[in-house]
Design a binder for this molecule. Structure first.
Ligand code: S3P
Length: 449
């Protein structure tokens, strides 16, 4: 069970130059979507490079519960035989999504226009995250739900018997909510229009197109509207999952802050809506080269070559937040090693991630001797320069994988070791993290509890 086993604390210490190649695993967002679209398609969907982490494995399990045949053939190599749009059967037990907001919310959307019932739960982190943001819009298609107060899991969702197409403006800057609505629209007769003011990640739209959906994107003065026709059959598609930029972020920042480092991170997804961190680090003076910039399966990918750099503080504008929403914890670490202040704005969505990430970052920075200012949606970090981060803190991860990985990265270049209370949750997104970082030269030490 997630979070129920013994905690696995870990300490990271100032390390010698990091060197080598960091082959980070497949992208989490693309992996969830490949399994779900495969399950909505009759015929065989072949997936290579699938992220085999707990979050994605829970989605695979859910797809089986809805009637798909999901088979692993070797590392990252999977096939899905689905039952088609509107063809999902009713699961005969509760669905446990563990730590995964993406898996659970996308699947809610995908079943919301099929007349079946499913019960959703997850670990204590997921049971504390808002689900009404996705469930309320899904009722517009005719779905009905019952949840705990404030829309918390466990949730029971009854898909619509006579679904109708909708026109809906997604009020939060969330790709998960947008994606849930698009997946629901697949089985609603007629054309739905889903709009959003922010440009959030567009993997669902791209993959739907590749699977033969009738989908078009209309640019708006602010944001965009997606038009999608329901009751169109999807056709099987081969999906080669690119490597995850949100996982690449950790060896990337580690190489920037540990003096003398040079690390290559090959074949990383460089979708323009996912690279806010790289843009920001470049503005901070980071030495990051993109080599072999190319296209694969409709997505931009490239090899990152990262060399240790002197960083300077910058202002990160709020409109960049959707393109780096999962990267603020590791950006805060990079900012600690910069000269001058880094101001990050538009962070309200961080409050409802795997933890209240803004508070968790602020507490972790404070524990390691840094000075910061936090409001409800901004964070200002006072940089201490390449050699000035005190460290020495014990960081509470609050069941948040990205808090754990970020502060372990900090400890590789701070004066004193940084310890985190639990690394177990890293397996939800990046099970190879510890080994991959050690192979580059990271000095991680077990901590006795
Ligand atoms: C994701 C969207 C983001 C992100 C999450 C993955 C996705 O969440 O934080 O890790 O795959 O659509 P929100 O849509 O809630 O911002």
């Amino acid at each position: 069970m997630h979070g129920a086993g013994a905690a696995r604390p870990l300490k990271s210490r100032r390390s010698l130059a990091l060197r080598g190649t960091a082959e980070v695993p497949g992208d989490k967002s693309v992996s969830h979507r490949a399994l779900i679209l495969g399950a909505l398609t009759v015929g065989e969907t072949r997936i290579t490079g699938l992220l085999e982490a707990e979050d994605v494995l829970n989605t695979a399990q859910a797809m089986r519960a809805f009637g798909a045949q999901v088979v692993r053939h070797g590392p990252g190599s999977w096939t899905v035989h689905g039952t088609g749009v509107g063809g999902w059967r009713e699961p005969d037990n509760i669905l446990d999504f563990g730590n995964s907001g993406t898996g659970s919310r996308l699947v809610m959307g995908a079943m919301a226009t099929t007349p079946i019932m499913a019960v959703y739960t997850g670990d204590s982190s997921l049971r504390g995250r808002p689900m009404a943001r996705v469930l309320d819009p899904l009722t517009e298609f005719g779905a009905v739900y019952i949840a705990r107060a404030r829309g918390l899991m466990p949730v029971t969702l009854q898909g619509a018997t006579l679904p109708i197409a909708v026109e809906h403006h997604v009020a939060v800057a969330s790709a998960q909510v947008k994606s849930a609505m698009l997946l629901a629209a697949l089985n609603a007769p007629g054309r739905s229009r889903i709009s959003q003011s922010e440009l959030t990640r567009d993997h669902t739209e791209k993959m739907l197109k590749a699977f033969g959906a009738d989908i078009a994107v209309e640019p708006l003065t602010k944001g965009e509207a997606i038009h999608i026709t329901g009751e169109v059959e999807l056709k099987p598609c081969a999906v080669d999952v690119p490597r995850d930029p949100s996982s690449a972020a950790f060896p990337l920042v580690a190489a920037l802050i540990v003096p003398g480092s040079e690390v290559r991170i090959p074949a990383v997804l460089l979708n323009p809506r996912r690279i806010g961190l790289i843009d920001t680090l470049l503005e901070m003076g980071a030495n990051i080269a993109i080599e072999n910039d190319r296209e694969s399966g409709g997505e931009r990918i490239g090899d990152l070559v990262v060399r240790a750099s002197s960083l300077k503080g910058v202002e990160v504008p709020p409109e960049r937040a959707p393109a780096m929403i999962d990267e603020y914890p590791i950006l805060a670490v990079a900012a600690s090693f910069a000269e001058g202040n880094t101001v990050m704005r538009g962070l309200e969505e961080l409050r409802v991630k795997e933890s209240d990430r803004l508070s968790a970052i602020a507490a972790g920075l404070t524990a390691n001797g840094l000075t910061l200012a936090e409001t409800h949606d901004t964070l200002t970090v006072e940089g201490r320069g390449a050699d000035g981060v005190p460290g020495g803190g014990r960081v509470i991860t609050h069941m948040d994988h990205r808090i754990a990985m970020s502060f372990l990265t900090m400890g590789l270049a701070s004066k004193n070791a940084v310890s985190v209370d639990d690394t177990a949750m890293i397996a939800t997104s990046f099970p190879e993290f510890e080994k991959l970082m050690r192979d580059l030269g990271a000095d991680f030490q077990a901590v006795n509890v």
